[in-house]
Each structure stands twice: as C-alpha cells, then as structure tokens.
Design a protein around this ligand. Structure first.
Ligand SMILES: [Zn+2]
Length: 227
C-alpha cells in the first residue's frame, strides 16, 4: 500500500520515513522548497529518497518568502544560543505561518493522486519550539479535513494522517533512527547554515539536535561551524 511522506531532508522526517518503510509502505515522498534559507535540505531530501528507495519523489516549489513573516524565509534573524527555558517560552520567529497546514494540504493532494492510504509527517510536540501546527489537536483536525474534503474519502477510501514521532523526545527519535539504520549524515536540521550548507551549531534546531545526540549517547555525524 502506498504512503505519502512529507520529507524535508531533516532528521525527524527522515526517521518518520524510515518507520513508514519498516511498516511496509511503498513510499511517495514530497519535499517543498518554500524559499527557506536552509534550502540545502532539499538536496538532502533527494539523497534520502534514494537511500530509502522511494517509489516517487516530488519536489514542489512554493515560495512562502513572498508572504514573509518568518526568519526561515528571510524576515528577521534566526535566534541563537537560546537556553532550553527560553526556547520553551512563546512561539519563536522561526515559525513559518501555517506551514504544516500548507504542507499537509499538498501531501493530501498527492495522496489522492497516488492512491495513498497514509500520510506520514515528522511532527513532534515535546522538543519543538511551541509551533501550534505540531500539536496533536491540529493533526486530528486535519484528519477531519482529509475525511471531508477529498473525492477519495467520499468514495470510501480514507487516508490516515500518521505522526509516529509526535510524543517522542529528540533522543528517542535518534534512537529509533539508529535502530532503523538512518544515515543521519544525510540529514540537515540547521535553520541558518553557511553558504556551503554547514550547520551553525547555535540555532534552536542545532541545539535541540545536538542535545538529542548527547542524550542518546551518540555523536552527530554532520559538521558544525562551532560547538
Ligand atoms: Zn543551526
């Protein structure tokens, strides 16, 4: 059976894809180039699609920097050196307006065409920076959107939104990835890499990733500018 996987090229979505693979799904990956400053992740997603043996890999370009409203699409600067306490307060400017709503809508369209029964997303509530579109309630609501708004559903073929990492810590996600043989060196997490695509080691995403590897007792195989 077919499954669509939202594959950003990041660590979480790669582990989610590996879980889907292990469950026996034929994988239809979709990656969105949304004008993100860390567009190196698109190249990572291509390598990951090859590694995992995706049946198809679609790369969509939908430039959300036209709207702005996020440091990830070039409006404002990416926060650095924030403590865990700081990271847990409020929603940071790395939130991209309605990103997961947009991504899930694209994945849903792809699911209808590819006759997929599941959509996998690497959303995670625990280690994340309070992004509202990573919450279980949001994903449940989107499940309802899929049920009500698609031809496939009306004709009796439902699609299930699956977020297998939702309640895991970053260390648990990494541990799961190790069990599944995920090549972490192909994944990219940094919000603000340099021109060569090397991670900064200081943004929230780098700090959470590095801490996750520390807690899992493993060394992160990607290079960092510092740290
Ligand atoms: Zn970084």
């Amino acid at each position: 059976m077919n499954a669509v996987v939202l594959a950003s090229g990041g660590l979480d979505s790669t582990v989610a894809a590996a879980i889907a693979k292990e469950e026996g799904w034929a994988l239809f990956l979709v990656t969105v180039g949304y004008g993100q400053r860390h567009h190196v992740e698109i190249a990572c997603a291509k390598k990951i699609a090859a590694w995992i043996g995706a049946k198809e890999h679609k790369i969509l370009h939908l430039d959300l920097s036209v709207f702005g409203g996020s440091a990830l699409v070039g409006q404002g600067t990416v926060p650095k050196h924030r403590s865990e306490k700081d990271r847990k307060q409020g929603i940071p400017n790395t939130y991209v307006p309605a990103r997961n709503t947009i991504f899930l809508s694209l994945a849903l369209a792809y699911a209808e065409v590819s006759k997929a029964k599941s959509i996998f997303i690497g959303a995670n509530v625990l280690d994340y920076s309070g992004y509202p579109d990573c919450r279980p309630e949001f994903l449940q609501a989107f499940q309802q959107v899929a049920r009500l708004g698609t031809k496939m559903s009306v004709e009796g073929s439902s699609v299930e939104i699956k977020a297998p990492l939702l309640q895991l810590s970053k260390a648990q996600i990494i541990q799961r990835g190790i069990e599944l043989g995920v090549p972490f060196e192909l994944t990219h997490s940094c919000y603000d890499p340099n021109e060569e695509g090397v991670a900064c080691g200081q943004c929230d995403s780098c700090l959470i990733r590095l801490e996750g590897f520390r807690q899992a007792g493993k060394k992160d195989p990607v290079s960092y500018q510092v740290g």
